[in-house]
Design a protein around this ligand. Structure first.
Ligand code: SAH
Length: 296
């Protein structure tokens, strides 16, 4: 069901509202925590629209800030679990989300959350993740969610444009790498909207983008996900080398170079190819073939 844009609570998404709250509480922005608060109602509506939030959804937000996106989510979702690490923001959040009884503020560091425990503690089944992410934790957080195979249907996040482009890059390009392959293994990725620095307070130095990851069944399943990750990381760890050389360095003595070249050929991959020319499925086929010879 489509959300009526007029029902989205955008009260806090203005420079005046943010400034007033920040000043009233003597709050000072911390760059190290990626604190760039959204001050634009249209972009806020854009996030909700991209995430296709409805009353049927349980939404997890990471980095609630002063509650700007939290309120927009509360007004459109069934319920919201909003994680915020900065204790100085908790009293502000208590005030700004007070009128919503479907919001729970979780005072935790998203980088330290064990997502399976989190699911159990909060009695979750499926959920959506929607966030204006602190940029320093984008890659580790998303890779963590993917590797733990958290039961998320979609992940809709505001991230740095340059990182967004890495997630959606085509094989053979400079931006194509570990992030593209791992995300592409678990999900379909799309850039929904590019966003200028001016919609944040304070403005970050770079453009941002709203990116949506839609989880789906694997195209080909990795028999040993840990090995698949290892192969991808080894391939791109030395991306200027041929796959034969890049992989030899992790295989050590377990498989000879000649054998490795045979294995690559049996996967329809030339031993001279570089990692950046392989699709996520090529990597899975390669890792699955290697599984027969080698365990991590
Ligand atoms: N959602 C708000 C704030 C975005 S700024 C808005 O759109 O305006 C990013 C927020 O993430 C900040 O509030 C910051 O304190 C918080 N944050 C940073 N690191 C975090 C972590 N490890 N775990 C949880 N929250 C974090």
């Amino acid at each position: 069901m489509k959300v009526d844009p007029r029902s989205i609570d955008t009260t806090l998404a203005t420079p005046t509202a943010v400034r007033r709250l920040v000043e009233a509480h003597g709050f000072t922005f911390r760059k190290s925590l990626g604190q760039n608060f959204l001050v634009d109602g249209n972009i806020l509506r854009g996030i909700i629209r991209a995430a296709a939030v409805s009353k049927d959804d349980l939404v997890i937000e990471i980095g609630a800030g002063i509650g700007t996106l939290t309120r927009a989510l509360a007004s459109t979702a069934g319920s919201v679990l909003a994680i915020e690490v900065d204790a100085r923001l908790h009293p502000i959040l208590k005030e700004t989300v007070a009128q919503y009884d479907n919001v729970e503020i979780v005072a935790e560091d998203a980088m330290k959350v064990d997502w399976h425990d989190f699911w159990e503690t909060h009695g979750l089944s499926r959920a959506k993740l929607v966030a204006n992410l602190p940029y320093y934790l984008t890659s580790p957080l998303l890779l963590n969610l993917f590797s733990q195979q958290v039961a998320l249907d979609t992940i809709t996040v505001m991230i740095q444009k340059e990182v967004a482009q890495r997630f959606t890059a085509e094989p053979g390009t400079k931006a194509y790498g570990t992030l593209t392959v791992l995300a592409g293994y678990y999900s379909d990725v799309e850039i929904c909207q590019v966003v200028p620095p001016t919609v944040f307070m304070p403005p970050p130095e770079v453009d941002s983008a709203i990116v949506k990851f839609t989880m789906r069944p694997y195209v080909i399943e990795a028999a040993d996900p840990a090995l698949f990750w290892r192969v991808v990381k080894a391939g791109f760890g030395q991306r200027r080398k041929t796959l034969t050389n890049a992989l030899s360095s992790i295989l050590g003595d377990t498989i000879s170079k000649a054998k490795l070249q045979d294995i690559l050929r049996s996967c329809d991959i030339s031993p001279q190819q570089r990692a950046e020319t392989l699709s996520p499925e090529d990597f899975v086929v390669l890792a699955n073939t290697l599984t027969e010879y080698w365990r991590v």
